[in-house]
Design a protein around this ligand. Structure first.
Ligand code: NDP
Ligand code: 8X3
Length: 251
């Protein structure tokens, strides 16, 4: 069966994607920094769906770890069909002059450089097969900038540009590249952004019904299972009360 590699599978969109692909019989490589969550998910999915799951614990910011841990998996696992570049985060929300420089570094290192490090390892495997699909998680924040979002929005705009570049360069190898840009979705995203302040995190989703991880996973699965000659290049999705990165109709 086809293999799907999902980064950031310990929570949110990544975990929902792992469950969706597993339920449809795909073997999985799941990654994240939280080993315990990876092991629990591995055991659950293997048992429920009789598929094979390879959990890999590494930080996407650590290029050496990406190269050694991901780069040296057994050859049979390198037959990856679909790479979901999902690992990412926002940290903080403040006017730019008050921004925390180490938060900026973390967002840039994770969302941009981490995605590149993983892709650099996996693309040669896809190229060798003469097919494959890379699905990059952008955001509505890639398309418009909202107040106090500066660096996070910039990292997602970079994902948008990198996706466009990948699409051009990988066309000769028939590797599809899809950028999926969700709007506000209730995952652990805001809790991470506000560093564990649950009240502040919950307040983000007040007055509207946000997307769920499952909504996004269903969309990613749809993009990934179209006929070989069809590719969705760029997809923006929001809940029905969100028009763009900053415009909501809240109750
Ligand atoms: P979650 O916080 O629920 O999940 C984020 C995942 O990324 C976790 O599995 C986490 O795993 C992983 N991750 C974060 N940093 C690292 C790192 N340095 N190394 C390895 N893995 C890492 O958030 P979402 O599921 O919502 O977010 C997934 C992606 O979607 C992100 O790229 C986010 O920017 C994007 N997005 C989110 C939206 C939202 O509103 N929720 C909307 C649009 C886009 P671990 O902590 O175990 O390392
Ligand atoms: C995550 C959604 O609205 O916080 O990309 O930018 S938002």
């Amino acid at each position: 069966m086809a293999i799907v590699l999902i980064t950031g599978a310990t929570s949110g969109f990544g975990e929902a994607c792992a469950k969706k692909f597993a339920a449809n019989g795909y073997d999985l490589i799941i990654t994240g920094r939280r080993q315990e969550r990876l092991t629990t998910l591995q055991e659950q999915l293997q048992q429920e769906h009789k598929i094979a799951v390879l959990p890999l614990c590494f930080d996407v910011r650590d290029q050496q770890a990406v190269n050694t841990i991901l780069g040296n998996i057994p050859d049979k696992w390198k037959a990856v069909s679909i790479l979901v570049n999902n690992a990412g985060l926002a940290l903080g929300m403040s006017s730019i002059e008050d921004g925390d420089v180490s938060d900026w570094d973390t967002m840039i290192d994770t969302n941009v450089k981490g995605l590149l490090y993983v892709s650099r390892v996996v693309i040669p495997w896809l190229k060798e097969q003469g097919k494959g699909h890379i699905i990059n998680l952008g955001s509505t924040a890639a398309k418009q900038v909202y107040a106090k979002g500066h660096v996070y929005c910039a990292t997602k705009a970079a994902v948008d540009s990198i996706s466009q570049g990948m699409r051009i360069d990988l066309l000769p190898y028939r590797i599809k590249v899809t950028a999926v840009h969700p709007g506000a979705a209730a995952t652990e995203f805001s809790e991470v952004r506000f560093k564990g302040d649950k009240e502040k995190a919950d307040s983000i989703y007040k007055g509207f019904q946000p997307l769920t991880g499952e909504d996004v996973a269903d969309t990613i699965y749809y993009c990934a299972t179209l006929p070989p000659h069809v590719c969705i290049n760029d997809l923006v999705m929001t809940c029905v009360q969100q028009a763009n990165a900053y415009y909501f109709d809240k109750e």
